[in-house]
Ligand binder design. Structure first.
Ligand SMILES: Cc1cc2nc3c(=O)[nH]c(=O)nc-3n(C[C@H](O)[C@H](O)[C@H](O)COP(=O)(O)O)c2cc1C
Length: 153
């Protein structure tokens, strides 16, 4: 069975919620196991056993968080070759896409052997602390399904 790891950073819980929506979409694709994990719980060597690894964070000052870039570097060192990788972000204002592009550029640099699916997914939050925008939560689930189907190809 295919196995997906979704690694997220989150201050108020909205990016975690988005990670869970994406996981629900991946499950809908059928026959895929999915683990959703906070960056703080990412164990050494853990990424090796997964077929795809997703990285997501909130946009902080128009950038990806240090926590998620650290997780990308750690995972890249441990080997993302041949794995599907993609990214997601939550944002409040008009800066959607900035954190995604940072994460994508870092993945291309640190893990050139990975199969990057870009662009990743941007979801709006309806306030600094959330909640996650309802329409974008649905779209996040659809994004997950797309990734799941890509993995099953
Ligand atoms: C320190 C900080 C900086 C932020 N900077 C931005 C920003 O530049 N652009 C933006 O759209 N949202 C910004 N936000 C809002 C976050 O994107 C929002 O709090 C986040 O998406 C919520 O996700 P979380 O619950 O997973 O932390 C910022 C939030 C914090 C705490």
């Amino acid at each position: 069975m295919k196995n997906v790891l979704i690694v997220y950073d989150s201050k108020f819980g909205n990016t975690k919620k988005l990670a869970n929506e994406i996981a629900a979409g991946i499950h809908e694709a059928g026959g895929i196991q999915c683990k959703v994990e906070n960056i703080k719980d990412l164990d050494k060597g853990e990424v090796a056993s997964f077929d795809a690894v997703l990285f997501g964070c909130p946009v902080h000052i128009m950038r990806a968080t240090r926590g998620i870039t650290g997780a990308i570097k750690k995972a890249s060192k441990e080997g993302l070759d041949g794995k599907i990788v993609t990214t997601f972000e939550t944002y409040m204002g008009n800066h959607d896409g900035k954190a995604l592009r940072k994460m994508e550029a870092l993945l291309m640099k640190k893990a050139p052997g990975a199969r990057l699916v870009a662009p990743g997914f941007s979801a709006l939050v309806d306030g600094y602390e959330g909640p996650l925008n309802a329409e974008d939560a649905v779209k996040g689930k659809e994004f997950g399904k797309t990734i799941g189907l890509e993995l099953l190809k």
